[in-house]
Design a protein around this ligand. Sequence first.
Ligand SMILES: Cc1ncc(COP(=O)(O)O)c(C=O)c1O
Length: 343
Amino acid sequence: MFFTSDNASGAAPQIMAALQAANAGYARSYGADALMDRVRAQLREVFEAPEAAVYLVATGTIANSLCLALGCPPWGAVFCHEHAHVAEDECGAPEFYTHGAKLALVAGDHGKMTPETLRKALGAVGASGVHGVQRGMLTVTNVTEAGTVYTPAEVAALVAEAKAHGLPCHLDGARFANALVATGASAAEMTWKAGIDMVSFGGTKNGCLGVEAVVIFDPAKAWEFELRRKRGGHLFSKHRFLSAQMAAYLEDGLWLRLAAHANAMAARLATGLASVPGATLRHPVQANILFPEWPAGLSARAEAAGAAFYPFPAPPGREAARLVTSWSTSEADVDGFLAALNG
Ligand SMILES: Cc1ncc(COP(=O)(O)O)c(C=O)c1O
């Protein structure tokens, strides 16, 4: 009953087996390993983008930060949702790696910007000429921090606002697989067909040990990315261990199966919560993150039964939580948690 985060889960057995296999013998270092050739081919196929540049890093924060550095000048503003991970949970890394770009926070219910809120934010930047930052870039998170999901059409509508100002567009896909499973969209539809220029493609939260891919659809940006990654200290020497994880993750659709399971467990939780007296949900449950609220006292009851989750501020007499399911959440975890809440 461990619902604090999807990265509280271990790595899937297929990933651990691939790491063990990759440990045998010798392999070229710094991304020149044969497994990386495989990953590049796999991701180009997944994204239907034969020319795409593909790189691996170990955290979502560096994937995002390097992408933003690639797309936004130091005097630019990166438009993102007001509760985006880049704004609230990366300790200034985006500002650091962009050499000081500003984050322009965009409002929107349930973790989602709308074309209107983005247009307003875009209109508020750049008006004071040389005295203010300039419009720099858009970054969209899917799955959002509220656990909601943008459809490809919604992504395209946001991108259209940004492209009207000539801005590059990034997608933070720390939970990209969960978003695809939720919408039924293809990777291409969710990204370059909607105008996205570069993607942070998550692996860690969905069953890897520690690997994220960066997919850049304009290969002319590849060399600059490589230099930024090395200069930022994120080019792994024993790179084969990143490659092995990602290759296994993409093999035979494992990544989508793991995400489908996580989403199904969240749906099971949401269904069960509907019959917990007084329980409500703050945001629609569309992927693998839930924000329930319930009468005061229920959190302690669940914790006493062994459940772990993050509490959130709630009005008097109420309690709120964030619950995240993962590839390894079991039906028994979900049902045991619901039984505890129901007393
Ligand atoms: C939306 C989002 N982006 C990126 C990340 C990547 O973070 P980390 O640097 O911890 O891998 C996370 C992790 O919580 C996330 O939720």
